[in-house]
Design a binder for this molecule. Sequence first.
Ligand SMILES: *Cc1c(COP(=O)(O)O)cnc(C)c1O
Length: 397
Amino acid sequence: MSKDGSKPTTPVRRLAARSSVSRPVVTPIYPSVVYASTSPDQLDAQYEGGEFGFTYAREGHPNADLLATRIDQMEGGTGGVVTGSGMAAVTAAALGVLKSGDHILGGDQLYGRSLRLMAEDLPRFGIETSLADPTNRDALASAIRPNTRMILVEVVSNPTLRLADMEAIYELAKAHGLLVVVDNTFTTPSAYHPFAEGADIVVHSITKLLAGHSDVTLGYVAARDPQLAETIRSFAVTTGMTPSPNECWLAERGLYTFDLRYQKSCENAAYLAEFLSEQPGVKRVLYPGRSDHPDHARAKTLLNGAFGNMVSFEIAGGRAGANALVKAMPDLPFAPTLGDVGTTLSHPATSSHRALTPEAREKLGMSEGFFRISVGIEDIDLLKTDFAAGCAAAAKL
Ligand SMILES: *Cc1c(COP(=O)(O)O)cnc(C)c1O
């Protein structure tokens, strides 16, 4: 007590901000790790689900909660959980559900790290894994074992942009009682709705198109069955896969422009695919919206009229042609990611698929001249200028 009887003030005791009758338009960031309840009774009610309240940030916080709800709405699901990365979401879907002795079947062109999870990590926990061509019904059917429990698939494969036979996958899953996990990162909720089509679990790398600015790494996983969703959430919380408020806030900010960005990127991708096919030195262009794409008919039925923002192509001249192309377009980031506002270019042979032998890459259709473009929202004329210069440089060799 001070002389006049008032309590001494100390900045250590936190003050609540003055409450405002008007609300902030933008979501505040809630960095608080812990939340104070008013009594043990209330805390008890929070844990038992009688009252809603946050307790500890790893278990949940407003920024993650809001972001998960937004993506739930886009996916037509409920109870999704945001994770620290897309790979955390894939891992939670597998390790949070499967047990030793189960078998998981994966598409043979999954995201690189998902392939690695299948090849190296799940087997250490006694989970059997194998891969099959997801475009081929017979290959899928014959890969199913008595202990198969789950199929992990991407609707559009990376980087050859093949379309999985989703109809066959849902049919097989139904017949054998399997859980279908769809990694919807490439297709996004704009082009494909896994839950509406029959998927049990949806995962996303929010890092890519949903957040859209290459400045945040996050993932999302949701299950159709509420109990399964709770199992996955609990696994993510226990293993510390849950994200920081700052990242969630940034991703939420990106999400507001997702529809516009995706629409414009798809438009640009269609133009660029056409333009590339007319350039010197271009041996082939892969884009699901083109009638010469091997899965064009399937893309038309599966993708809701949006053929995606990814275009792949092969330039003549092998590695030398590839080097010449990249060097001739210095303003276009040569970077192995996707879904940024700006166009980026990646070379699978030296990045995502470098672990494969040249023969294995060749079999998948990825030569040294093979590139994958993640098309952004810039003016199409700018892209044409860049790629014209790149292709001309490769063709001149
Ligand atoms: C990038 C990506 C992932 C992994 O996401 P991260 O956020 O990088 O962990 C998973 N699946 C697909 C299809 C991806 O493109």
